[in-house]
Design a protein around this ligand. Sequence first.
Ligand code: PXP
Length: 255
Amino acid sequence: MPAPLRLGVNIDHVATVRNARGGTHPDPLRAAEIALAAGADGITAHLREDRRHISDTDIDALSALLRAQARPLNLEMAVTQEMLAIALTHRPHAVCLVPEKREERTTEGGLDVVGGHNWITPMVARLSQAGSRVSLFIGADPAQIDAAHRAGAAVVELHTGAYCDAFREGDDNAATEELAALRAGAARAAALGLEGHAGHGIDYDTVGAISAIPEVVELNIGHFLIGEAVFVGLSPAIARMRELMDTARPAEPMA
Ligand code: PXP
């Protein structure tokens, strides 16, 4: 039997809507509470260097909430000394290191662990010593997966954006190729003893194929769920995603 598949709900874009007016509504903390009640296993939040959505105060509140509920907080952050200090203050269950560029709209690609080995490795060590499970957000590239292993990460989160984009654009060849790369990447990571997560750009149409990859044990999904919540509400959107994940998970490991 493949391992159970967890859902981490990324609540960044609740903060995006809040910040559009500069007030306190909608509150990402309330979204986190609703998400957990609706079937999320944990909450993911990205504290960006420019604080364009999640704020330091949000992280304080989320950290306290999740600790009180004994549920995992997955803090996404850039590989900087400022972020390291914040993570060491909160010691979240998980830290996912991501690349960050100020001019990008969202996290566009994976971390270059091969090129950044000398500054990523000590960061992984500090965070791991503090008790956080460290994940590296990378493309499904064998060289990056091997480098993540060498860097001492416990987890790799495979970037699913290229697969999801190709699928939405109706480019079947590219979607098939990207999905094959994700499958191979998840298998390679598992063979090295790395836990496999996946995320970015996942929606109701793409969640099935990704959930069917047996070595993937956690999905982190944000933008689509928060967008869908505008139409149907956050709880039903999460419940539907959970249902699609559970339906797609194969009963037996794939050959
Ligand atoms: N995983 C990581 C590492 C991310 O950076 C993001 C986007 O912040 C997500 C998952 C969620 O992506 P999306 O919002 O497209 O579902």
